[in-house]
Design a protein around this ligand. Sequence first.
Ligand SMILES: [Zn+2]
Length: 68
Amino acid sequence: MNQDQHIPYETLARFLDRRIDEDEKASVERHLQDCPFCRQDVADAQAWRAEQEAKNKPAGWRRFIPWL
Ligand SMILES: [Zn+2]
């Protein structure tokens, strides 16, 4: 990946899903160190995913939390 280019969303999605190979992961991480824009994209995507996961929990799920 060229360091002058931002990370494509599709690559970020695979990075977040850990469906990314080691070389690509290393170059994404290197880019993120230098690029506040892509770091923000990752943070936004993570927040969005956390929100979706929270919404998609089965209604009865919370009842089990006190036991954990
Ligand atoms: Zn970038």
